[in-house]
Design a protein around this ligand. Structure first.
Ligand code: SF4
Length: 121
């Protein structure tokens, strides 16, 4: 199995080719540095992304609250996470950096506020 991808760890954007050998070993070519190798293997075996979203307020006159995951989320779980976040309606005030969700679905991933809610104007 071979996958081609672009490393997104820095602006250089190396074009990686990730191949799994018959011995179940992963080989990465096209990377300029070691970060590209680990990125390529991670992306081929368990791709993850940091999730950002906005969560609606229960009060129609208040804006949504921006949040993000504190660690990359497995790509296949992102739709479930976003669905959960968009179904929520915030009622309590929160400070930037506070957790909205702790250990989401036993992944060890927290969802944190990236600004105060409601935002000060
Ligand atoms: S392999 Fe290294 S140099 Fe190339 S894009 Fe990734 S981090 Fe940057």
């Amino acid at each position: 199995m071979t996958k081609n991808m672009i490393c997104i760890n820095c602006p250089r954007g190396c074009r990686l080719t990730v191949t799994r050998s018959a011995e179940e070993q992963w080989e990465v070519t096209g990377n300029f540095c070691a970060r590209g190798k680990s990125y390529g293997i991670q992306e081929a075996t368990d791709p993850r992304r940091t999730v950002t979203a906005v969560v609606p307020s229960a009060e129609p006159h208040l804006p949504c609250a921006p949040v993000r995951s504190n660690a990359p989320v497995p790509v296949k779980m992102i739709p479930d996470l976003l669905n959960e976040l968009y179904q929520m309606r915030l009622t309590a005030p929160a400070k930037r950096g506070e957790r909205l969700i702790t250990n989401w679905r036993e992944t060890g991933i927290d969802i944190i506020f990236t600004s105060d809610f409601p935002a000060e104007v």
